[in-house]
Ligand binder design. Structure first.
Ligand SMILES: Cc1cc2nc3c(=O)[nH]c(=O)nc-3n(C[C@H](O)[C@H](O)[C@H](O)COP(=O)(O)OP(=O)(O)OC[C@H]3O[C@@H](n4cnc5c(N)ncnc54)[C@H](O)[C@@H]3O)c2cc1C
Length: 386
């Protein structure tokens, strides 16, 4: 067993750390306050090759490994969760469906602009009445000649409404019966008649990440826009979410690390009762617990990424990493605010933003409850099979 990162992985981490420190961190509070989408940062991440890094060179990617991608997400999230989710959603949810299930024609058509970060593509699974129960999809697509006609609504879709958003891969029911719906995936370009977006949601956190409702009213797409096999949509999306969850785990580790960084800095400077508050054992224990939990979350995330790089199936480890890292991040954000006292409640310091930004990590890409269901199902299946 080797816990050392390779020299390539270390250079990705250091490159992203420098970019995040110099280009993102100084602007993060401003993005949070105004909700302005970080176009220049996205362009910068594109120049660094972050959208392309984990995909094969034969498709125009950089041929990097999944672990390097996780290191990049962690470093970006350490500076700003909104920028990190913009990247993670674009890569894990926007690009990956074309890479894993797209036809050569679809890959040629859409991947170049997505891999460079010039355009963003969204992932439309969730609906107003179908969240955790993604199989409850109500959007429908019917075949008429050489086209599919799509009707429905998608809720909470990341990267759907920016000036560089190019479209969405969405699920829709294409047949079957209630309880046994046949679900398929379609690529729908923005600008297709009948495809409209709602206003930006007002959110607790991730203010600079673009999240919208999408509406489909008799939207006609060519038959060639079917992504993957007809009826295989749900299986495909669940597979895509595995990668997404490992990315979300890395994002959580990054925010948790930012909470620890800020807490160490503040507690060694803030003085009460004639000494730095880091001198009190109560503070030291908080720091020690945070550091230990973060390291556990990082190791679990790296193991899931390693499994991706050695066979492509992190399986239950994707759920474990996402569950553990997101809950650790929420706990660390709470402790960071506590260590900062009243100043932690003020928006002048970044920990208030971390506290607001982090909660969604326990909800998006499958809630903590859903991850526990998946992990338990895996355990019971193994028991039954023993
Ligand atoms: C900012 C943001 C960005 C998002 N981006 C995207 C995106 O890009 N694409 C996309 O498709 N979706 C996206 N989502 C949707 C996200 O994945 C869903 O919000 C999430 O899956 C939960 O679905 P829900 O909100 O409908 O909650 P619900 O499914 O209604 O869950 C509500 C509560 O009930 C619990 N619950 C539900 N079922 C069970 C059960 N069987 N057992 C125990 N507890 C249960 C849940 O764990 C949760 O606590 C985004 C959401 C947000 C907020």
């Amino acid at each position: 067993m080797d816990f050392e990162l390779s020299s390539e992985q270390l250079s990705v981490r250091d490159l992203c750390r420098d970019f995040a420190r110099n280009e993102i961190a100084p602007k993060a509070a401003g993005f949070d306050e105004t909700g302005e989408f970080p176009y220049a940062i996205v362009a910068g991440m594109g120049k660094l090759g972050l959208f392309a890094m984990r995909f094969s060179e034969s498709l125009g990617g950089a041929g990097g490994d999944f672990l390097s991608y996780c290191l990049a997400i962690e470093e970006i999230a350490r500076a700003d969760a909104s920028c990190a989710i913009t990247l993670a959603a674009a890569v894990s949810l926007g690009i990956a469906p074309f890479v894993e299930f797209g036809t050569a024609a679809q890959q040629e058509r859409w991947l170049p602009a997505l891999l460079s970060g010039e355009k963003l593509w969204a992932f439309g699974l969730t609906e107003p009445e179908a969240g955790s129960d993604a199989g409850g999809t109500q959007s429908r697509a019917s075949r008429t000649g050489a086209e599919w006609v799509i009707n429905g609504r998608k809720a909470f879709i990341t990267n759907a409404g920016t000036n560089i958003s190019a479209g969405v891969t969405m699920t829709a029911v294409t047949g079957g019966s209630e309880g046994h719906k046949q679900i398929s995936c379609f690529a729908v370009e923005r600008g297709t008649p009948g495809y409209t977006q709602g206003p930006k949601y007002r959110k607790l956190g991730w203010h600079a990440s673009d999240t919208r409702e999408l509406l489909f009213d008799d939207v006609r797409v060519p038959a060639d826009n079917l992504v993957g096999e007809e009826g295989g949509g749900l299986r495909q999306f669940l597979r895509i979410l595995e990668g997404g969850r490992v990315g979300m785990a890395a994002l959580s580790v990054g925010v948790a690390q930012a909470c620890l960084d800020a807490s160490i800095e503040y507690s060694t400077q803030r003085r009460q009762f004639g000494q730095a508050i880091a001198g009190f054992q109560a503070t030291q224990f908080k720091l020690a617990d945070m550091a230990t939990q973060i390291e556990m979350a990082r190791l679990l995330t790296h193991k899931a990424a390693w499994l991706f790089d050695h066979g492509g199936k992190p399986g239950v480890y994707a759920s474990m990493a996402k569950l553990h890292a997101s809950e650790v991040a929420t706990a660390c954000a709470g402790q960071a605010v506590q260590i900062h006292g009243g100043y932690g409640f003020m928006e002048d310091l970044p920990v208030a933003r971390y506290y607001r930004d982090v909660k969604i990590n326990e909800i998006g890409e499958g809630t903590s409850e859903v991850q526990r269901i998946l992990i338990a199902r895996h355990l019971i299946k193994r028991f039954e099979g023993a």
